[in-house]
Design a protein around this ligand. Sequence first.
Ligand SMILES: Cc1cc2nc3c(=O)[nH]c(=O)nc-3n(C[C@H](O)[C@H](O)[C@H](O)COP(=O)(O)OP(=O)(O)OC[C@H]3O[C@@H](n4cnc5c(N)ncnc54)[C@H](O)[C@@H]3O)c2cc1C
Length: 437
Amino acid sequence: MDRQITIIGGGLAGCEAAWQAAHRGCWVTLYEMKPKRFSPAHISPDLAELVCSNSLRSNSLENAVGLLKEELRRLNSLILAVAEETRVPAGDALAVDRQAFAASITSRIEKAERIEIIREEVTEIPPDGIVIIASGPLTSPALAEPLQRLTGGESLYFYDAIAPIVDGDSLDLKVIFRASRYGEGNDYLNCPMNHEEYHLFVEELMKGEKVPYRDFEKPVHFEGCLPVEEMAERGPETLAHGPMKPVGLKDPRTGRTPYAVVQLRHEDSQGSAYNLVGFQTKLKWKEQERVFRLIPGLEKAQFLRFGSLHRNTFIHSPTLLDKTLQLRKDPRILFAGQITGVEGYVESTAMGLLAGINAARLAKGESWVIPLPTTAMGSLVHYITAPQVKEFQPMNVNFGLFPPMEGRFRGRDKKRATSERALKDLGDWVRTQMKDA
Ligand SMILES: Cc1cc2nc3c(=O)[nH]c(=O)nc-3n(C[C@H](O)[C@H](O)[C@H](O)COP(=O)(O)OP(=O)(O)OC[C@H]3O[C@@H](n4cnc5c(N)ncnc54)[C@H](O)[C@@H]3O)c2cc1C
């Protein structure tokens, strides 16, 4: 059939992609393996199931995920519309009643004119036609195998061990000092700790509430990737000899080597985002804020991405995907959602929306679109497809991914100005490139 699109996976990204493509006059076949087969984290037969938290995070335009949500609203996202309808009180955050949310999306997709849902597990990539792969972080093993072949051997990753990233503007540089070990450069920011500060930190770290391991995550335990709190449990001095070792570093305020040091590494060239080196963790997000703010210099740290350690199937997008989310070596295949290397509900939805739009444009013989890097959606697309200087790691949206603002902005003003620029550029982009949006 003309204008036919196949989508694999009825999660957030697959549903959003199906909705966008059908809205543009295409015929969509959406494959979802539930309820015949469930991933280890999914339990509901509904589409668009939220597997963990019921929060889509901040709604504020001073937060990059708040901006991304606003962009999605302006692009007529199904997921955002239903999230607003099913929201529950959660302060500044957009949280939803997860059952009502998934039920409403399922019902809308079932009733949509040009969408057919097939409840089957896909075990081969369809050899013809336009295909969107949106099978998520827990892609079934039977599909992971052909995907591995399609993406070339080792390009399919299975585990994330992610350290938190903090906003450079929120750091106390009166306490933190810049240095590399043994005076060889200035590449790191160092948070120095004395004996007391270190032991208090280790105690609180061990007390911190953790996200429990699920059975399928246990094999992730390999050295070098241990959560920081598990390293601490091996003995009170383990961290001081491991990721927090102070050797080769002198605090310029005292002229002495601190008892322990937390090192922060640049995430971007502008110094707007820093990674806590070696701090992959299973602590709950609230606990990460509480415990990591005990580190000298991080008392007011704003977290752009929280640490995590969980199973995650994602492709090596920098070498595999174009900015349209098409597979370079076979452009009739697009990827959407968390499998592209973004992280989180809203980010996955955004990659579904873009894949749905581009698949529809491809089906209709129109030229594809690429969001501008100054928008939240564009910043993510540019991040996942840019040649990486270091190992490619999944990423939440954050202001560190955006091109720098011209002019002297700092702190909240910078964030507000970045959001204003993004929404203006999104408007221009829609007017000039996406007349059907
Ligand atoms: C354990 C865990 C906890 C998480 N917690 C959070 C959190 O608290 N907050 C947050 O923002 N993000 C969280 N995430 C990330 C979040 O799950 C994703 O960002 C989001 O759900 C991804 O959307 P998606 O559409 O790409 O994948 P999914 O929502 O997982 O959807 C993929 C769909 O594809 C189906 N599928 C898989 N294989 C096949 C196949 N072969 N054939 C047919 N169908 C198939 C699945 O059944 C599923 O319905 C978590 C992830 C995991 C694994």
